[in-house]
Design a protein around this ligand. Structure first.
Ligand SMILES: Nc1ncnc2c1ncn2[C@@H]1O[C@H](COP(=O)(O)OP(=O)(O)OP(=O)(O)O)[C@@H](O)[C@H]1O
Ligand SMILES: [Mg+2]
Ligand SMILES: [Zn+2]
Length: 260
């Protein structure tokens, strides 16, 4: 029984007792006296969760605790749906505990505004690691966006078409607003030493620069080192990657080559 129900029950008993005390002529009360002791909070069964409030009728918990638990279940459901939307299906199984202790330690020590620049040859596990990190960020309540760099550029280029509905600014904003952004495979469509287009350079610079200014974390993966990106993009971009991200070279074999 909660506090409200308790009050109603008590007031009913008090009214009943008042009516039975005397009638105006001092005659026998019309209604028979009934011996119902008013329900006091100290007699009530207390909530088994918080111990502070009387438990609900036929429930071990109080109203507030029942409401709180329902809210937590709803939030967990929403977070699970967000993870399904952000993390690709193949990487839904990725968890932080699957990563090496060294990488986990670096991630744990990252300040809120700082991301990772994870680079390695193909198949070593960059996307897998990013999926595990994205999952953790979402569980911690941070807003997350994820895209491969090439898809992001395609999305922006689409806005240049005469009949495009979305503006370039709207697409860029979609990647500027979330607390954490994951951009995969930056610079991987060009061979080492080959120059990125002006469009690609401008897009990456705007994203990195604006997110740095707003102290929002950006996580980047690439098959190229920061120095290779300095050559194919420019030094302004390389400099910002080094400021915005902890640089990690992921070591290991190509996990896609199962027979090696
Ligand atoms: N820690 C891990 N535990 C189990 N499987 C893993 C792990 N890391 C990667 N894998 C598996 O190895 C394969 C390659 O990993 P992933 O796609 O992350 O590589 P990558 O470094 O992103 O490659 P690329 O540079 O080509 O994008 C995937 O199928 C992935 O599921
Ligand atoms: Mg990858
Ligand atoms: Zn309670």
């Amino acid at each position: 029984m909660n506090e409200k129900q308790l009050k109603i029950a008590n007031s009913k008993v008090h009214r009943h007792q008042a009516a039975n005390k005397t009638d105006r002529l001092g005659e026998t009360p019309l209604k028979a006296a009934i011996s119902v002791a008013p329900l006091k909070p100290e007699n009530a069964v207390m909530c088994r969760r918080c111990g502070n409030r009387p438990a609900r009728y036929k429930s071990p918990w109080c109203d507030a605790c029942v409401g709180e638990a329902a809210k937590m279940r709803r939030e967990a459901r929403e977070k699970r749906a967000t993870i399904l939307g952000v993390v690709p299906e193949l990487f839904q199984v990725a968890r932080m505990c699957h990563l090496s202790a060294g990488v986990r330690k670096i991630i744990d020590d990252l300040p809120k505004w700082k991301g990772l620049f994870l680079w390695s040859p193909p198949g070593v596990g960059k996307t897998y690691a990013m999926a595990a990190i994205a999952r953790r960020m979402i569980w911690r309540g941070r807003t997350v966006a994820r895209s491969s760099y090439e898809m992001l550029c395609l999305e922006i280029r689409d806005t240049f078409k005469p009949k495009a509905v979305e503006t370039e600014l709207a697409v860029i904003k979609k990647y500027l607003e979330p607390d954490v952004l994951f951009i995969e495979d930056v610079g991987t469509t060009k061979a080492i030493g080959e120059q990125e287009s002006d469009f690609s350079r401008r897009t990456f610079l705007v994203l990195l620069d604006q997110r740095l200014e707003q102290c929002k974390a950006t996580f980047v993966t690439s098959n190229k080192s920061v120095e290779d990106l300095r050559a194919s993009f420019d030094s302004r971009i390389a400099s910002r990657i080094q400021q915005a991200c902890e640089v990690i070279e992921l070591k290991g074999k190509d996990r896609r080559r199962v027979n090696d």
